[in-house]
Design a protein around this ligand. Structure first.
Ligand SMILES: N[C@@H](CCC(=O)N[C@@H](CS)C(=O)NCC(=O)O)C(=O)O
Length: 238
């Protein structure tokens, strides 16, 4: 019988898409959905576990580990039974490539727009054109890299699905707020994929906690974002 994986605990906050990515991965891998609530911080005790002061970070028997991609890889190593990376080396690398595209070319530019949408920031100062230009290039890359048949890459859920799903959760709100357009417009396969990932048990757990934490967050920040309208417009016909 395989040894039990070492005991780990995830620290973070359910508004963060990277926290939600890792939490969903842990649930999918049978490592549980419990977490230790934590916000980003810069004090020495926090930095000792998360060197850049970011969430999520993972508490392991050896010490803290931060950055969602290495966390995911560590979870793969300690709990390989329910993998989120394919066994074939090339396919594993392609999944990692998709995660990179999501991180660098969708999430990072979208994040530049978060202040104006979710944090009470000034809309005029948001770099809308440059951010959305990069996101457009990334969507063209995804057309090449992802089959969405039915999963992002192949016929099993991988880290690519989770990274993309939780990034688009916030990205779709940003796109609608800034441009009035949906990222899913003209992309029926992506919309079907989104519905499929949304129906998973892990997604239900993660998004339930997201909804309440996000409401508190918006109130705290004086966000411009109208969540009730979004829910009605996006899911009224679902
Ligand atoms: N590259 C990091 C990004 C994590 C990240 O951006 N976390 C945000 C919350 S979603 C954060 O902690 N921000 C604090 C800061 O930037 O100081 C990862 O993959 O985990």
């Amino acid at each position: 019988m395989a040894n039990d994986p070492p005991s780990v605990r995830l620290h973070g906050y359910p508004v963060s898409n990277w926290f939600n990515f890792v939490r969903a991965a842990m649930i999918e891998k049978g490592l549980g959905g419990d977490f230790v609530p934590a916000r980003m911080a810069r004090d020495p005790a926090f930095l000792a576990n998360s060197a850049m002061g970011k969430i999520p970070w993972l508490e392991t028997p050896h010490g803290g580990l931060a950055e969602s991609v290495p966390i995911l890889e560590y979870l793969e190593d300690i709990a390989p039974e329910r993998p989120l990376l394919p066994p074939d080396p090339y396919e594993r690398a392609k999944v990692r490539q998709i995660v990179n595209v999501v991180q660098l070319y969708i999430e990072a530019p979208m994040r530049e727009l978060y202040p104006a949408v979710f944090m009470g920031g000034d809309r005029e100062e948001a770099p809308v054109a440059s951010s959305l230009d990069m996101v457009g290039r990334a969507f063209t890359a995804l057309d090449q890299l992802c089959g969405f048949a039915p999963f992002a890459r192949g016929n099993a859920l991988t880290a690519a699905d989770l990274a993309l799903f939780y990034t688009l959760e916030l990205g779709e709100r940003v796109s609608r707020h800034m441009t009035g357009r949906s990222l899913f417009e003209g992309r029926p396969q992506l919309a079907e994929w989104d519905k499929m990932v949304r129906s998973r048990e892990s997604t239900g757990i993660v998004l339930t906690d997201f909804a309440s934490a996000f409401a508190d967050y918006r109130a705290e920040k004086g966000a411009a974002w109208d969540e009730a309208r979004y829910q009605k417009e996006r899911f009224a016909h679902a």
